[in-house]
Design a protein around this ligand. Sequence first.
Ligand code: SIN
Length: 190
Amino acid sequence: MLDTTALNQQRNFFEGQAAIWLFGYGSLIWKADFTYLERRPAYIHHWERRFWQGSHDHRGTPEAPGRVATLIRSPGAVCHGMAYRITPEVLAPLDVREKNGYLREKVTLTFVDEKGSEPEQSEGLIYLASDDNPAFLGEAPLADIAQQIANAHGPSGPNKEYLLNLATALRELDAKDAHIFALEQHLSRL
Ligand code: SIN
């Protein structure tokens, strides 16, 4: 099975830094099972969230993969999520968690602050599953994606739990995401 762990260990964009910002846009928003120094709602520009990545290891199986979140480039778009300030050793278990096609990438993130204050930015990391990774499933009608999510289960639990937890977390962040909320609607009709 696909395993990006070793590749990610070469991707040291913040070598020598005592702490780095990790931006979560999928399960990393609602499942922070790692130690962090601080967390702050944040967003990144020119990316949109999509349930286009296959999950053969967490929310599905090799025979019946589930679908989980990745990002696609979208000029002018904004993707909301949660930024965590972590020490570099925290990345080792995250590389294992994200091994099914995700690679560490460097991004600029903007923190959500009090209205009216100057937006604060930082460089950070995301785990990105790009469209050339072998577990990428790509676009499909929303009804079909919702049906696949409704049916899939994996070692981390039912695939629908991932989607519903993400939709709830985004509402808590006051974040709009038409793709996620439409999928949630489709799922509720099944
Ligand atoms: C992320 O949450 O930022 C990466 C994708 C995932 O684990 O769902």
